[in-house]
Write a protein that binds this ligand. Structure first.
Ligand code: UFG
Length: 329
């Protein structure tokens, strides 16, 4: 570890988005310290700094790691993120996502670390009333996962007032794609996300992809989402970190491309990219899926100068496909 480099604690740094943030941090001259309990994270995804195994609910372990590395800021990715599971087992989500974040923030307060970047989600908006969704849209989540993230956003406002912790919450739309060098990428167990499942159907690992409902009020009847490349999400974290050097407060930004694609459009694009036949079946609607989610990210473009590099669906799927074929894990 280069002792002159600024150290950033990255909870969940062994996960999909967290590991891409670690790569971006290293490229920007920081040392990412990954703090991950490895329940869903992968040791192979930690390549740009030390891995410290630990749980965000474990105050003693957090204290130890922070005492060792003295990070100047925290990026908090560690969370459970299965919407369906959160409905069935809300306690698991509130304990980990809310109590875990609270524990982390209290340890930060005690160590006088005052910069925090939080992985929030478009799921905090609930069923949208206007499209595209701006940050000023009302927030009424429709599942415990979204509620848990919104609660942390609220805690951050209170911790700013009481303890001076400045924060930026980034509300991601649908994270997708993989590192363009294929060093890291998306691998969940169980996998529930659309693009990796489509790619499994392309390689024959799965027999088909089930489309969850084709009777929505959208042009082709399937759900529309705003897919955003994971490397563009990671880049936004670096901009947010730099902004926190001068900006006080607890604020939030959307992170999306502002373009919606239906499930059928994603499958058609994947057919072109992979040149594979991708068998589909029409299934039932999945509970809790809004028909259309598209974000307005004007605020982060204007205030932080964020500009997505992989803003078209083809390049998002191309990077995912390259990773999908190269990964040996
Ligand atoms: N879908 C299918 N078949 C599948 C899997 C997904 O048709 O086998 C559809 C879904 O119904 C949805 C779209 O593909 O319309 C995208 O689904 P994902 O599961 O990939 O992503 P979600 O939109 O459900 O979830 C994402 C994040 C969550 C976040 C949520 C906010 O992964 O963490 O957006 O709505 F909470």
């Amino acid at each position: 570890m280069n002792s002159n480099q600024k150290r950033i604690l990255v909870t969940g740094g062994a996960g999909y988005i967290g590991s891409h943030a670690c790569k971006a941090l290293a490229a920007a001259g920081y040392t990412p310290i990954t703090y991950d309990n490895l329940v869903y994270g992968h040791p192979w995804a930690v390549k740009w700094g030390p891995l410290e195994k630990g749980d965000i609910l474990d105050r003693t372990r957090l204290d130890e790691v922070i005492t060792t590395y003295r990070p100047e800021a925290v990026m908090h990715f560690a969370a459970y993120a299965y919407v369906g599971e959160s409905v069935e087992n809300p306690g698991k989500y509130y304990r980990n996502n809310v109590t875990g974040a609270l524990t982390l923030l209290e340890v930060m307060r005690d160590h006088r670390i005052d910069k925090f970047i939080f992985s929030s989600t478009c799921a905090t908006y609930g069923v949208p009333k206007e499209m595209p969704i701006s940050e000023d849209h009302s927030q009424f989540p429709i599942n415990p996962y979204g509620n848990s993230k919104l609660m942390v956003e609220q805690i951050l406002k209170d911790f700013h007032l009481a303890h001076g912790i400045r924060s930026i919450s980034l509300r991601y739309f649908n994270a997708a794609g993989a590192d363009a060098d294929s060093e890291i990428g998306e691998k969940h167990d169980p996998e529930t996300h659309l693009i990796p499942l489509i790619l499994d159907a392309a390689t024959g690992k799965r027999s088909h992809i089930t489309i969850f409902g084709d009777d929505y009020d959208t042009p082709d009847g399937t759900c529309i989402r705003d897919y955003i490349h994971v490397t563009d999400i990671a880049a936004a974290h670096i901009l947010a970190l730099e902004k926190l050097g001068s900006q006080d407060g607890a604020c939030a930004y959307n992170l999306g491309n502002g373009k919606g694609f239906s499930v059928k459009e994603v499958i058609d694009t994947a057919r072109k990219v992979t040149e594979c036949d991708i068998p589909t079946q029409i299934g039932l609607r999945r509970a809790g899926d809004p028909p259309r989610l598209v974000g307005d990210s004007t605020r982060i473009r204007n205030e932080l100068g964020w500009e997505p590099v992989f803003s078209d669906l083809t390049s998002i799927i191309e990077t995912a496909w390259k990773w999908h074929n190269n990964r040996d894990t």
